[in-house]
Design a protein around this ligand. Sequence first.
Ligand SMILES: C[S@@+](CC[C@H](N)C(=O)[O-])C[C@H]1O[C@@H](n2cnc3c(N)ncnc32)[C@H](O)[C@@H]1O
Length: 378
Amino acid sequence: MECDYHRRGECASCTLIDVAYPDQIARKRRRVAAALGVDEASVAVTTGPDARFRNKAKMVAGGTMDSPTLGILDESWHGTDLTRCPLYPEAIHVALRTLSRFVSLARLAPYDVAERRGELKHILVTVSPDDELMVRFVMRSTEAHTRIVKHLPTLLTELPNVRVATLNVLPDHRAALEGEREVVLTSESKLPMRLRGATLYLQPRSFFQTNTGVCEDLYERARGIVAEIAPRSVWDLYCGVGGFALHLAGEDRDVTGVELSPEAIECARLSAAELGDVAGTGLTFLSGDATAFAIENGGAGRWPDLAVVNPPRRGLGGDLSRTLEASSIPAVLYSSCNPTSLAHDLAAMPGFRVESAELFDMFPHTEHAEVLTLLRRR
Ligand SMILES: C[S@@+](CC[C@H](N)C(=O)[O-])C[C@H]1O[C@@H](n2cnc3c(N)ncnc32)[C@H](O)[C@@H]1O
């Protein structure tokens, strides 16, 4: 992938950009195989385009109201504009150009980290497969709320595909992406992500994979694997807005999704209700801690035929790994974005063997790897 920002030394985010794409894949495949102790040739690989694949832009605001930058800050906190970053699709490029103008129009002062002055910290843009947008202004306070609302009609005229716009409040001076409080500025608060197998809904702070195309492939592959296992009952732990569970639903199958975020569960239930109209599903979504859920239900002897797990980067951790190990669950489908924590969890689950491992390259030009691993009880 060609990138002028990288060539000029302005951005170093894509650490593998100088490695030819096939070599990047070979390198990740080797790493996954080593982490799992399997033969490299057995690790199947799914890739998508190596440019314009990112569905979410997380831009740090810099510069001034009249000449803002949306991108990153350098080591002396000066803004570097990355609005033409080749990882983003055209809809995000257009949005970022328009949003730069909006910063000036609505008089949003970029936050100056060194001086602890200003309001606008980040602009976050997510694009759906239908090219609809969620736009979020992460601000130090609600000081600019009235001005954003006043000028919002102009933004919506210039970017008619904005479905959701919000103001997120991040008051403290810390290196966080977003704060707890979200003020929704549009009549809609959810962005529909119409995938091949189901429509998922994103609320402003919901997790979603950043590569929509490869994510669809991942869910479809999980559906294929699970169809062969044909379990009657499935847990989807760390289910987010329900991607795996919704793709695994079917007649004569109970699927229970568990997720910490109540907002994500609300979205998953909405998708399930829509899917129910078509398929008549046995889908249940619960908000809570995945480990506590497994311990409580397992303690009552309610183990499923299959557990799907898709934890954050830190992995399952000792308690959940040991609970799965001690359970009577015959198979686990583990989707991991971190081969290191995956290997660590597997070490605590010696009763399972790796039946298959597949690499889904969601994050070209970086070391990150998403791995779908089917574990069967020995
Ligand atoms: C990698 S994401 C996976 C989301 C989902 N499976 C998907 O396909 O988009 C991890 C999810 O775990 C959730 N999470 C984090 N800690 C959790 C916990 N202790 N119990 C349940 N869910 C948790 C996060 O909110 C996030 O939605």
